[in-house]
Design a protein around this ligand. Structure first.
Ligand SMILES: Cc1cc2nc3c(=O)[nH]c(=O)nc-3n(C[C@H](O)[C@H](O)[C@H](O)COP(=O)(O)OP(=O)(O)OC[C@H]3O[C@@H](n4cnc5c(N)ncnc54)[C@H](O)[C@@H]3O)c2cc1C
Length: 342
């Protein structure tokens, strides 16, 4: 690195040279990972390797965040949507075949409750991912509106968090539905999918790192405003009579989220870090519900309107006010300290 370069540089290192020879890449060791095993992770040395500089030498971090990290955070949304759908379909098929205590599993209300949550998470995750993918396309193609930059930044971080958490939950639910068979590696794909979800939660920014970034974006640049505005637009576009009660619930949740954001912004910055995750979770659920209601209202989804509406309601139930709202509890932070003493 030349003298004076305090930032990181970004380089493209081809695996092979034009001659076909390997490009000075020495693998010290492959890491034994919990998941994503088909994609090896290794400690690598580059010895006299040919590398092409990408952008300026001090701009590597910004380029990596803008191009690579954002693309792979969207990738987590896409993969998580696939994992959730696969887990739901496998669990539903099993619940229709397997009989216990004289009934098909799917006939038990408690089993239906778990399957319903899996489907709602899967539909909400897919709708949110496709929304962010379309936004990225608009930005790349230059079709964007001024508010799309902050909207994209807020959306991609919220998506990475919520889709990775939901995928872990949905696949875990699938394993539960399969009972003992769910724990058997060669009975279904679910144990492998479960291990993937844990890696997805960690790479490309673990939850707290994302939360710290979101909190900075909210407090320094008010980036949440574009996200909440878009949520309101989606909800207000729904005018189908059968969906209005749910839409109004979404609008009420949106107002509550707005006032909670104000509380976080004007409160103690240390305490803000305690509240941001719950707040982001609610923002995500209401946004997903708004997207699903728009789909339910569209002629293109006529056949699935009932399922989409039910999923939107489920997500609003799951994202609504908690029985105990830490933000309204002045002793919450002290109790956390007490619980984490040595
Ligand atoms: C399989 C795999 C492949 C990977 N591949 C690549 C790759 O190709 N290229 C690459 O650059 N990276 C790669 N990573 C690295 C990955 O992005 C990091 O592991 C991840 O971002 C977490 O960083 P860390 O491991 O340094 O954890 P740390 O930063 O040490 O975090 C540890 C814990 O502390 C929390 N924490 C950290 N900071 C804060 C804070 N400010 N406030 C509150 N909590 C905080 C985190 O949320 C986390 O729970 C890969 C990781 C994995 C698992």
């Amino acid at each position: 690195m030349p003298e004076g370069t305090s930032g990181l540089g970004l380089f493209l290192v081809p695996r092979r040279l034009d001659s076909g020879a390997l490009n000075g890449i020495v693998i010290r060791r492959l890491k034994d990972k919990l998941g994503t095993r088909p994609l090896p992770t290794a400690e690598v040395d580059f010895r006299d390797a040919l590398a092409y500089q990408l952008g300026s030498l001090t701009d590597g971090f910004r380029l990596m965040m803008g191009v690579i990290i954002n693309t792979s955070r969207l990738g987590v949304g896409v993969t998580s949507s696939g994992l959730m759908r696969r887990a739901f379909l496998d669990a539903l098929r099993y619940a229709r075949i397997r009989r216990a205590f004289g009934r098909q599993l799917v006939e038990f209300p408690a089993v239906r409750q778990i399957l319903a949550e899996m489907r709602a998470l899967s539909l909400g995750g897919l709708a949110f991912t496709l929304f962010v993918a379309k936004l990225e396309d608009d930005l790349v193609l230059g079709n964007q509106r001024p508010e799309d930059e902050p909207l994209f930044r807020m959306s991609i971080n919220v998506l990475k968090y919520v889709s990775s958490v939901d995928a872990a939950k949905a696949v875990h639910h699938g394993i539960e539905i399969l009972g003992g068979n769910g724990t058997i590696e060669d009975f279904s794909v679910l144990p492998r999918l479960y291990r993937e979800t844990v890696v997805h939660e960690s790479w490309e920014g673990p939850h707290n790192t994302l939360m710290a970034q979101i909190l900075r974006d909210i407090s320094r640049s008010k980036m949440h405003e574009a996200f909440l505005e878009e949520m309101g637009n989606f909800l207000n576009r729904v005018t189908v009579p059968a969906l209005m009660v749910t839409r109004d619930r979404g609008l009420a949740d949106l107002e509550d989220v707005k006032s909670r954001v104000r509380q976080v912004l004007h409160g103690d910055p240390e305490l803000a870090a305690l509240h941001v995750r719950g707040l982001v979770f609610r923002m995500a659920r209401t946004f997903q519900a708004a997207l699903l209601l728009n789909q339910a209202a569209s002629d293109a989804f006529e056949a699935q309107a009932g399922i989409l509406h039910a999923a939107a309601r489920f997500l609003l139930d799951a994202g609504g006010r908690l029985a105990s709202e830490p933000m309204d509890d002045p002793e919450y932070a002290d109790r956390l300290k007490e619980l984490t003493l040595p």
